[in-house]
Design a protein around this ligand. Structure first.
Ligand code: HEM
Length: 198
């Protein structure tokens, strides 16, 4: 009899966690070595934002992959979701440090004057309850309310995309690509929801 060589689940979990933290570790190393170009703060803002967007797309991809037979991916969705929150929070902390110098008054001014900052901040706020309730204990405590609460991932995705689109100014290529990816992933869900309702 032939045995398929498979890694134990804890090993895969470790690999997924390692892969999720790798971009952040690389960015920190490049920062320490002065390899982030002439404007390291801008580069860090862009890269943490980019990785958050990629992570969001991967979180949304988990359900279609599971439907296609890859049910195991569900096991790693939570790690990915928490990673997205981590990257967006680093993005927000950089903003607080570099752009507004931890001044509440300046933050309010930025939120008023730059709609894309307000939209990004709203995306972070929508992800906050998801991160806070990502543990098994919170899931048990929330019971049937957990799932509807975690649908906040949809407005968070739309707000994150709007943030990117608003920032794009003249070059909207990247925003269009992410727009198509998110539209396909959210469209898939909408179709499933309609099928179930019928
Ligand atoms: C889910 C939430 C968020 C995502 C996915 C995200 C994503 C991004 C991305 C990809 C960029 C780079 C765009 C580019 O120039 O190519 C960016 C830039 C920026 N983001 Fe966010 N962001 C989020 C939340 C926030 C929050 C909470 C703030 C601050 C309150 C913020 C403030 C900014 C600013 C100021 C820039 C411009 C950086 C620069 O080019 O100097 N973002 N964001």
């Amino acid at each position: 009899m032939q045995h398929k060589a498979t890694l134990p689940p804890w090993c895969l979990t470790g690999l997924v966690m390692g892969a999720c933290s790798l971009p952040l570790v690389l960015l920190a190393t490049q920062l320490a070595r002065g390899q982030l170009g002439p404007d390291p703060a801008e580069r860090l803002m862009q890269d943490t934002g980019e990785w958050a967007l990629r992570g969001l797309a991967l979180v949304l991809l988990a359900s279609p992959l599971a439907r296609a037979g890859w049910r195991g991916v569900f096991r790693y969705r939570r790690i990915l979701g928490v990673t997205v929150f981590l990257y967006v929070s680093v993005h927000l902390l950089l903003f607080a440090q570099v752009y507004v110098g931890w001044s509440g008054a300046l933050l309010i001014e930025e939120l008023k004057e730059r709609p894309y900052v307000l939209v990004g901040f709203s995306a972070w706020l929508s992800l906050l309850p998801l991160a806070l309730t990502s543990t098994d204990k919170a899931r048990r405590r929330l019971g049937r309310h957990w799932r509807p609460l975690h649908r906040l991932i949809y407005p968070a995705t739309l707000l994150a995309w709007l943030h990117l689109f608003w920032l794009a100014r003249s070059d909207v290529g990247e925003a269009v690509v992410y727009g198509l990816i998110f539209a396909a992933l959210l469209g898939w869900r909408l179709r499933r929801y309609r099928q179930r309702a019928r």
